[in-house]
Design a protein around this ligand. Structure first.
Ligand code: BTN
Length: 334
């Protein structure tokens, strides 16, 4: 990615849709005006809408609807983010790529973003549909040195932070289905795959893989997925600025991680969980060891376990796995 493009894109973003003079860009970059024009032609081929008006200059009127490395870097620079970005056009899985980068001993935090994944994976060994249609496939790597017992809670924390971002920043509806499915109106909008390497008493490294359906039209996906998936664009009624979202997601995840490690999350997580909990008050079935438990979901405890109130009034904790939703206890009767 030529640095020139990042400088041009930054200037266009900073001008807030006003014109930026070609002379000014040429001086800033130390190239000719023809050179600036050539770079802008290249950006047009990448899906940017750039208006050029004689004696006024250039302005940005449209951003590409799929990920663009230069534009994400421009947004990150403007936000003064210090998270290292590793951008790939195609990769097996951004989580696997993050593992490879960690194995090289590179410093954390860093992010890996890809246009498409050939082996995108979800929880429970399921595949993650990862076509190049303007969705976000991202992984974030940290070396937290936290006790492994805290991994459940940090994953739930990331889930509610993601919902909070979608609902406050994008003003779209998102809820979290314990442990970390992000859903909207009962359809899957995003997912988090947390993978950690643990020594005996501490977490050596931690990777959060976050997939968000951003600009896909999920109704056009194969039928089995179309029935259960949705995207931000489906909710919004039109495509969103995915590169701005990517940059803000990087900052959101990084700040959420820092607030987790500092302990600041403790004063916020339960309020946020109550706000975005898709299960509260619903009858759900989970499992404890080999026993299936049906009860009404009643939030989480201090360790991130799901609390179920049984018909006899007892409370049971669900530690791991998945739960399914019913309407009444009888729904799950054998
Ligand atoms: C889930 O099952 O809900 C979790 C899905 C996580 C998908 C993301 S996409 C980016 C990252 N790379 C992967 O291979 N998986 C995660």
């Amino acid at each position: 990615m030529p640095e020139t493009d990042v400088v041009i894109l930054k200037a266009l973003l900073e001008s807030n849709s006003n014109f930026v003079s070609g002379n000014l860009l040429a001086t800033e970059l130390g190239i000719s005006r023809v050179g600036v024009w050539a770079r802008l032609e290249k950006l047009r081929q990448e899906g940017f809408g750039v208006e050029a008006v004689r004696h006024r200059g250039y302005r940005l009127i449209e951003e590409p609807s799929t990920l663009n490395e230069g534009l994400i870097r421009a947004y990150l620079d403007l936000a003064k983010s210090n998270v290292e970005l590793n951008f790939r056009e195609e990769v097996d899985s951004t989580n696997t790529e993050a593992e490879r980068i960690l194995a090289e001993g590179r410093p954390t935090p860093f992010a890996v973003l890809a246009l498409r994944q050939t082996k995108g994976r979800g929880r429970m060994g399921r595949p993650w549909h990862s076509v190049d249609e303007g969705n976000l496939y991202s992984s974030f790597a940290f070396r937290p040195y936290l006790p492994p017992s805290q991994m459940q809670m940090i994953t739930l924390w990331m889930g509610v932070q993601l919902c909070h971002f979608i609902s406050t920043r994008l003003e779209l509806h998102a809820m979290v289905k314990w442990p970390n499915d992000i859903v909207s109106n009962g359809r899957k909008l995003a997912g988090i795959l947390a993978e950690a390497r643990v020594d005996s008493d501490r977490t050596r490294d931690l990777i959060f893989g976050i997939g968000i359906n951003v600009n896909s039209q999920c109704t056009k996906w194969p039928e089995d997925m179309a029935k259960v998936a949705t995207s931000l664009a489906d909710l919004n009624g039109k495509p969103l600025k995915i590169n701005q979202i990517a940059s803000e997601l990087i900052q959101t995840v990084n700040s959420a991680y820092e607030r987790y490690v500092s302990g600041a999350y403790k004063s916020e997580i339960f309020e946020l969980w109550n706000r975005y909990d898709a299960l509260r008050g619903r009858v759900v079935k989970g499992s404890k060891g080999k026993t299936e438990i049906v009860g009404t979901a009643d939030g989480i405890d201090d360790h991130g376990n799901l609390l179920l109130t049984l018909e006899n009034g007892q409370t049971q904790q669900i530690h791991a796995g998945e739960v399914s939703i019913g309407t009444r206890p009888e729904t799950f009767a054998q």
